[in-house]
Write a protein that binds this ligand. Sequence first.
Ligand code: UDP
Length: 467
Amino acid sequence: MGSICGDSQPHNVVLFPFMSKGHTIPLLQLARLLLHRSLPVTIFTTPANRPFIFESLNDTAVTILDLPFSHNVPDIPVGIESTDKLPSMSMFPSFANAAKLMQPDFERALQTLPRVSFMVSDGFLWWTLESASKFNIPRFVYYGMSYYSSCVGRAVTIDRLLFGPESGDELISVPPFPWIKVTRNDFEPPFTEPEPKGLQIEFIMEVFIATAKSRGIIFNSFYELEPLFADYWNSECTPRAWSAGPLCLAEPPKGSTEPHNKPIWVQWLDKKHDQGSSVLYLAFGSQAEISPAQLKNIATGLEESKVNFLWVIRKSESEISDGFEERVKDRGIVVREWVDQREILMHESVQGFLSHCGWNSVLESICAGVPIIAWPMMAEQPLNARMVVEEIKVGLRVETCDGSVRGFVKWEGLEKMVKELMEGEKGKEVRKKSKELAEMAKKAVEEGGSSKCTLDLLIDETCGKKT
Ligand code: UDP
């Protein structure tokens, strides 16, 4: 790999991910891509988040710098340094504001680094723009959202929802994209409130303003997946967008090939594959909270569907229903640990994914050619689910009992959709489309592919031409 330097001194890159797994993982994948291009990378984080980053990149020469995270923040339990560990997402605005207290330490550390050529920081760390400006460092923003949800979210919140009279499930057209219809329930407060108010809206305004003033925004997407929305962003919105994804293809899953070194759930998948059986994978990311009643309905739906399944749940959700795991043990496994999700999705036996539609999970599923049952829970997931089902057609929507986008799902609805995805005609259609997109994703990051060329161009423009 050639060195990318305008002169003899290396061009260092600073990465500052937000403190949650869904925001951190893709930036660690970006770190790999930069390191492959011989750019030294320094990642800023907090002490509690360091071990995960260190473990993920321990085969690289990355530098990790810790900044102390304040533990005297009203509303936030002492010791919590990641949104994955917040007892409730209602604490998110206080947590995000507490992150700003790292600014002086961040700036002191920046001064000690040699020649920082650019910075990529999470959109939620909006104040890093000010730090970057103080040291004349171009800042690129990372959000971890698709072009689709960024463009639709922007058009609707600016034009209609903040002020419109529509109720929860009434369909509203999105002005620049008339074929797309959304509901107020696709969005979370404060966008759906009649007046902008409170800490959350102030935070969002800061994020929007700092984003617009940054050098660029890096999308974890690839042009061929959503060309219309990528073009819309670059003609109507600021700052300039760069598609560098899917970042999850930056490295193969770390899984071992030695049978005895594989986690038991991968050994179980191997067994299913040897038996010629296909498996449904279920997981809801690192943030979503599932109620006990909902867990019981998922379990009953799986039991009745008779499909093989691998279900990852959070440790805090350990109670499912009496005797469930014993009854289904021949065709189902419940895992209560951190898994390598990409390794599971890439496994030949996995033929379907029941997902909350976090953007990383959607991309990982697309890259594995695995179709999705879309069950959004929070944040921009309802928009991701619309994209998956209505726009790129790689998934089916789960049936909620009241027909709303994020409602309760009864076991009968779940059983029906699981069977449709794994055995039905609609399942076949979305599986075929998923496999086509997987091929396109692979091409995008290969030599000459759109995302590979885009990242090279970003580096060339920011650091100077390759020598
Ligand atoms: N993930 C994982 N193992 C787990 C749970 C999650 O590897 O046990 C990864 C998953 O592959 C994805 C990220 O964590 O890269 C979750 O991001 P996503 O956007 O899907 O959802 P979020 O957690 O942000 O809601």
